[in-house]
Design a protein around this ligand. Structure first.
Ligand SMILES: [Zn+2]
Ligand SMILES: [Zn+2]
Length: 272
């Protein structure tokens, strides 16, 4: 049983064959997928992300404004997303939020401000956050450390969220795990030149590990070049199991358990 902890199957790339994509995921052993909404928070993009989760039993959703679109964030956008969270039990996380200083599609000061603002909202809603960080590792770690502090032995079960598509150094992974974050690897860990990602994966223990496709992007070997889809998370799972020297079943069990702990956060909140 595998989990694709970060996918974008609400995208138009899947409009033609979404049913089949979800079916193939099931056939590949993917028990659940977290569909992460992105786009303009003033459009219907996020409504569609939640609708896709509502359409399939094993698809969950996250809503939150990507750093690319931080410049579009305002009170109206925020209220729209909060309403979506409250509208469906399938919305289990807030994200993806964070910093992208590689593309700089939104001004950095705006990205920093909107990142903090969304962390605050997610905490008020008691939702885990999904972090996107590119070329902004120091700033990301600084903000998360400031907002959450580091965990101590008594507080080690706290899971503030997921660092998705990990692309940083082993040191960054360690810093994030100290705050309580799970570290999720995408298909690019299988790329020939990605020795840096494998170095980072080696410092992540099984109880902090997640796997994802980030589809339609970052298609893992041996499908590189094709559209990515949740079924292909099995290749990333097999690759990492080999890297860790464990069976794919052991890796699947650990990553599934870690993800289920996140889902339970929302289940607990909904029950209150
Ligand atoms: Zn991302
Ligand atoms: Zn993504």
């Amino acid at each position: 049983m595998l989990i694709d902890s970060h996918c974008h199957i609400d995208g138009e790339q899947f409009d033609e064959d979404r049913d089949k994509v979800v079916q193939r995921a099931g056939e590949a052993g993917v028990a659940a997928m977290l569909n992460v909404g992105t786009g303009d928070p003033h459009s219907d993009d996020f409504r569609k992300a939640v609708a896709v989760a509502e359409s399939y039993e094993n698809v969950f959703a996250a809503v939150g404004v990507h750093p690319h679109d931080a410049k579009l964030y305002d009170g109206k956008a925020e209220n729209h997303l909060i309403e979506l969270v409250k509208s469906s039990d399938k919305v289990i996380a807030w994200g993806e939020i964070g910093l992208d200083f590689y593309y700089d599609h939104s001004p950095r000061v705006v990205q920093l401000d909107v990142f903090r603002r969304q962390i605050k909202i997610a905490r008020e809603l008691d939702l885990p956050i999904i972090i996107h960080s590119r070329d902004a590792d120091d700033e990301t770690v600084a903000i998360l450390t400031e907002e959450f502090g580091v965990t101590d032995a008594d507080n080690s079960i706290r899971v503030p969220g997921i660092m998705h598509c990990f692309g940083g150094t082993p040191h960054m992974a360690e810093a994030l795990m100290k705050i309580g974050f799970l570290i999720s690897f995408a298909g690019n860990v299988t790329f020939k030149k990605a020795e840096n990602l494998r170095d980072a994966a080696r410092v992540v223990p099984l109880d902090k590990l997640l796997i994802e496709t980030d589809c339609p992007f970052l298609t893992p070997v041996p499908h590189r070049g094709k559209r990515n889809e949740p079924a292909f998370v099995a290749h990333t799972a097999a690759f990492l199991a080999k890297l860790y020297g464990i069976s794919i079943e052991q890796l699947a069990a650990a990553t599934t358990r870690n993800f289920m702990a996140l889902i339970r956060i929302k289940a607990k909140v909904s029950a209150q």
